[in-house]
Write a protein that binds this ligand. Structure first.
Ligand SMILES: [Zn+2]
Length: 277
């Protein structure tokens, strides 16, 4: 039989325990309710592979302005984007990591064979035929050398089972006033268009231009021939001082990478919403 004094102490202790349990329950409820804020958004891209293509390279410098070559900026920007993808749990594949043009990746004969297959498929699907593709497929035209390098980029993305392809470029114009990001997409692909919309939404805040919304369909080889959703990002104008300095700065590269990857995340959540219906 416990003494009166002992009982009082036990009661006090059990009251403390009850308060403790209630506090823990409140905390757990709060954790469940605010779960999205508690779990870090680090793994948004887990399971996705994104191919990043630094435009130009090697013998192909792209455009040049004030001693800066497009091929150099595209590599820096692509590396920043790849780093950001990896930081968010995704896999990034770069089509080149050095100053190379990839013109030796496949032979002319291989390119002609691939073009023949694609031409046949275009006819079957009733797609608009590009006159250059027709010429190469029918043997009246020889593939230009740079086309081998572009094909290499598509094959690298394909070999890594990439879900998306982003080709990174910069713009150039004779008037210094032209500026801002432009995103090009595959005319035949709704996914590509959605990806362009999602990325451009963020990019245009960083690099505003005159064109709004700054997205357009384009029949450029890498877009025309990519079997996965692909976009070509003209990040900014090397011929514009503001754009050029922003793209060359470390803060600019980080901000651009975040913008692009925010767009990619939005695109994937849009696609998964569609898939759940
Ligand atoms: Zn370019």
């Amino acid at each position: 039989m416990p003494s009166k004094r002992f009982i009082v102490i036990t009661l006090r202790h059990s009251r403390g325990a009850v308060i403790g349990i209630v506090a823990v329950l409140i905390l757990l409820t709060a954790l469940i309710i605010f779960e999205p804020n508690v779990i870090p958004t680090q793994a948004e891209l887990t399971g996705y592979t994104i191919a990043i293509d630094p435009g130009h390279g090697g013998r192909d410098s792209g455009s040049a302005h004030a001693g800066v070559y497009e091929k150099e900026i595209t590599l820096l920007l692509s590396q920043a984007i790849a780093k950001e993808i990896q930081a968010r749990g995704g896999t990034a594949v770069l089509t080149r990591t050095s100053d190379t043009d990839l013109w030796d990746y496949i032979s002319y004969e291989e390119e002609i064979e691939i073009t023949k297959r694609e031409y046949k498929q275009d006819l079957e699907l009733g797609r608009t035929i590009d006159s250059r593709d027709r010429g190469i497929a029918l043997g009246t035209r020889f593939p230009p050398t740079y086309r081998l390098g572009l094909r290499a980029r598509l094959l690298i993305a394909q070999q890594h089972n990439a879900d998306l392809l982003l080709s990174i470029h910069t713009n150039h114009y004779r008037a210094e006033s032209a500026k801002g990001a432009v995103t090009l997409y595959q005319p035949h692909s709704h996914e590509s268009q959605q990806l362009a919309v999602a990325i451009q939404r963020y990019l245009k805040d960083l690099l505003p231009g005159r064109a709004d919304p700054g997205i357009k369909p384009d029949n450029f080889f890498i877009l025309r021939r990519s079997e996965i959703p692909a976009v070509l990002l003209e990040i900014g104008f090397v011929s514009n001082k503001g754009d050029r300095e922003f793209m060359l700065s470390e803060e600019g590269q980080k901000a651009i990478a975040e913008a692009v990857v925010n767009g990619i995340e939005d695109y994937f959540s849009y696609i998964s919403t569609l898939a759940s219906y």
